[in-house]
Design a protein around this ligand. Structure first.
Ligand SMILES: O=c1ccn([C@@H]2O[C@H](COP(=O)(O)O)[C@@H](O)[C@H]2O)c(=O)[nH]1
Length: 273
């Protein structure tokens, strides 16, 4: 999906919500465990219940590959089931030497037809560029993550006072464009989103950490907004496990709608719709 289409979808759905499909066999309702493919059955119901309120879906690959070939099959069925007007993100956090990265890109952009894949930038340019060779596909670089461990490396400063995440943003922005490169910026880092937006004014951000991790939607929109909206805000557990009973899909839909309504207010206030 290209950027113009993504922006058009945000306007049409009045939402910049990404639903994270972190489908955990230990958390899904027990009655689904007797079905042939519990992960797919769960995802199907979640997608049906949330598709009117979001613009993107983000399966985290860990929750699928831990089940071996069957997990990959559930993932592929899920991807095929997601409506074609949705932006799809493989949250895989890949990146390796160039010739290996080429095969990761093949996995997520050819074998699986995802729109985007998340990449850890630690191995540098040749680990990222093979993904950028695909037309209308996106790389989403981990810039400033939402977790506690982000403090271990990402805020380290060099002798000029530049933080590592700032260096990552400046350097990687030269390898792609706002048409094929996004950044992961955690909602839990509201005070730093402003700095990130200054360094990369035109790129979209994928923002996890909202909901279960306590990040604020209002702060994210205040500091991360750009003229294209520029935000895909993810919630996984907060939506998926709103209930673990027979009504799980209905409750997930209600939660997604509640978030969409908050986003609609922001989009109207910003004059975007
Ligand atoms: O900095 C990061 C990068 C990725 N994630 C992923 O996003 C979701 C968040 O799930 P919630 O249940 O909404 O907390 C999950 O897949 C993480 O692996 C992140 O949280 N932070």
């Amino acid at each position: 999906m290209d950027k113009a289409k993504l922006i058009a979808e945000i306007k049409s759905k009045k939402s910049f919500l990404c639903v994270g499909l972190d489908t955990d066999m230990d958390l899904i309702p027990k009655h689904l465990l007797d079905t042939e493919d519990p992960i797919f059955e769960f995802n199907k119901a979640i997608i049906d219940a949330t598709k009117d309120f979001c613009v993107a879906y983000k399966p985290n690959i860990a929750f699928y590959e831990c089940h071996g070939p069957k997990g990959w099959e559930s993932l592929k069925k899920t991807l095929d089931y997601i409506p074609k007007d949705k932006f799809t993100i493989a949250d895989a956090k890949r990146g390796d030497i160039g010739n290996t990265s080429r095969y990761y890109a093949k996995t997520f952009f050819e074998y699986m037809d995802f729109d985007a894949v998340t990449i850890a930038p630690y191995m540098g340019e040749d680990s990222i560029t093979p993904f950028l060779e695909y037309k209308d596909k996106w790389v989403i670089v981990l810039a400033l993550t939402s977790n506690k461990g982000a403090l271990d490396f990402q805020f380290m400063t060099d002798m000029n006072g530049e933080k590592l995440y700032e260096r990552v943003l400046k350097k990687t922005a030269k390898w792609g464009t706002p048409e094929n490169l996004m950044y992961v910026v955690g909602a839990t880092r509201a005070e730093s989103i402003k700095t990130v937006r200054k360094i990369v004014p035109n790129h979209f951000f994928l923002v996890p950490g909202f909901g279960a991790q306590g990040g604020s939607l209002i702060d994210t929109a205040q500091y991360g907004w750009n003229d294209d909206c520029g935000l895909l805000v993810n919630s996984s557990r907060g939506i998926l496990y709103a209930s673990n009973g027979e009504d799980f899909a209905q409750k997930a839909g209600e939660k997604a709608q509640e978030i969409q309504k908050q986003m609609e207010v922001i989009l109207v206030e910003k004059g975007f719709i």
